[in-house]
Design a protein around this ligand. Structure first.
Ligand SMILES: Nc1nc2c(CCc3ccccc3)c3nc[nH]c3cc2c(=O)[nH]1
Length: 371
């Protein structure tokens, strides 16, 4: 069968918990996917990422096509062998990163042309080339269509234009991807914060038919309330029997509220990026270990965790490492944060399975305020 089996084990309101079975292993949903942009989840080994409970990580077409180039990764056996991560990998199509990273870029009907932010070299990314890079050269398990994500806030006419271009590119990506059953292709809903555009985008993607559907165009500055407003209607526009992936989200509270509205998969750089800057996420909210109040705190971040970074090291030691700008500080806090995000997903999956998601949400929000 085209794509991967997605088995929903239980629901609680709009929320679902289940398993997306891929050719490289099962993904427990709701799932948080650590971002491994340049073939590494920054500061962590793949063993630490696996030990944290992650079933899947993300790779990036934009970064890898520029360095070390997709052809070199292919010559070296593909992205899984290159980075020694044998579980599933999802890759983004590159368009979003072109718009946010490359100095000069131009979006045309046929393709996006841009200059590398590394050396100014010129590159072309068409729907067909993005599929070739992801599916054939990197060997990604879940491939994302090439799309155009408009910045927020957007004029409705501009959002409509980008959404319809993305829908035309979706068809071209589906044609280029062809019939594969060991890899999956996801479409990406666009339409910014306009409900009618989101509906038109969803209808066009369903007409084409995808193995999963992403909600794009969010986590681009609209804020938590702005995102939740769209999540009141967008997830339900997408097929209930396929995975729904909210791109680029988010903070723990964002994950909880999006799961409650029917989202199954998430990615965000937050746990690793904030870890590198001394921030630790906890059940009481986020804390910065640079704060002097931790200088003599001999307790670990979470003694109940099975992640060594959370269980074995005192906050005093973490404070010392962060103040001293020691690399180990970045490693341990990134590891702790990835572990915390995975533990949050474990708790969400259990709450949905046991029909107590509303109670979990209330308790989670109450505890987050203390921190
Ligand atoms: N293709 C695409 N990507 C997005 C990302 C990157 C997610 C990503 C995937 C894989 C690796 C890194 C990043 C977004 N991040 C925040 N908001 C986002 C929106 C979009 C979007 O609309 N389309």
């Amino acid at each position: 069968m085209a794509g991967f089996p997605f088995t929903i084990a239980a629901t609680d309101g709009e929320a679902r918990t289940g398993v997306l079975s891929t050719s490289r292993g099962d993904i427990r949903t709701p799932a948080f996917m650590p971002v491994g942009t340049a073939a590494t989840v920054k500061a962590l080994t793949v063993d630490q990422v696996a030990q944290s409970g992650a079933d899947i990580i993300l790779g990036n077409t934009y970064h890898l096509m520029l360095r070390p180039t997709a052809e070199r990764v292919a010559r070296l056996g593909g992205l899984h062998r290159f980075m020694r991560w044998e579980k599933p990998i999802l890759t983004d199509s590159g368009g979003f990163q072109v718009m946010s990273l490359s100095k000069i870029s131009k979006v045309k009907e046929d393709a996006v042309t841009f200059q590398s932010h590394l050396d100014g070299s010129r590159h072309v990314l068409s729907p067909e080339r993005s599929i070739e890079i992801q599916a054939d050269l990197l060997g990604s398990d879940i491939v994302m269509q090439l799309d155009e994500c408009v910045a927020w806030p957007a004029e409705e006419a501009r959002a409509a234009e980008a959404m319809r271009l993305s829908a035309r590119w979706a068809q071209r990506c589906k044609n280029a991807f062809g019939e594969r059953d060991t890899q999956a292709l996801f479409g990406i809903q666009q339409g910014s914060t306009f409900e009618a555009l989101r509906r038109e985008s969803a209808d066009r993607l369903i007409e084409i038919g995808f193995d999963g559907y992403a909600i794009g165009g969010l986590a681009v500055g609209e804020g938590h309330e702005g995102m939740v407003e769209v999540l009141e209607y967008a997830p339900a526009m997408l097929p209930a029997d396929r995975p729904r992936y909210l791109m680029g989200v988010g903070k723990p509270i964002d994950l909880v509220e999006a799961v409650a509205r029917g989202v199954d998969m998430f990615d965000c750089v937050l746990p690793t990026r904030s870890g590198r800057h001394g921030q630790a996420w906890t059940w009481e909210g986020s804390v910065n270990l640079k704060n002097a109040r931790f200088a003599d705190d001999d307790e670990p971040l979470d003694p109940t965790s099975d992640v060594p970074a959370s269980r074995d090291y005192s906050k005093a030691y973490l404070h010392h490492l962060v103040k001293s700008e020691e690399i180990l500080g970045q490693v341990l806090l990134s590891w702790h944060n990835i572990g915390f995000f995975q533990t949050l997903m474990v708790q969400l999956r259990a709450a949905i399975a046991e029909g107590r998601l509303d109670a979990f949400r209330r308790e989670f929000k109450a505890r987050q305020r203390i921190g």
